[in-house]
Design a protein around this ligand. Sequence first.
Ligand SMILES: [Zn+2]
Length: 112
Amino acid sequence: MEDTFSGIITFLILLLIIFFLWFIPIWYGLKWAKIKKVSKLWMLFGIHPMTGWIAYLILRYGIDPRKQCAKCKESIKIEAEICRYCGNQMSKEDINFAIKEFEKRKNSRIAE
Ligand SMILES: [Zn+2]
């Protein structure tokens, strides 16, 4: 009787560990996708815990933050001076503003 009980406990603890290993990268990956304004579809890799971690690390460290072009609404690099979709020219102030907004999102991610 006691063996069954400790067996169940061990099983539950294992399940909990797997759950956390699996959901931590998805949770943080989605947050970073939002902060960087990158597509959340990246976290479809979270279907598997291993690729989920890889996708999260790429999202966090490997991808440049994005901004939206004011004219065509396409997602472009945050430092871009010219939109690669519509050729819209952005002023230095626009770029600085986008970077500031990004920093704000980054710093407030814990408060959310
Ligand atoms: Zn554009």
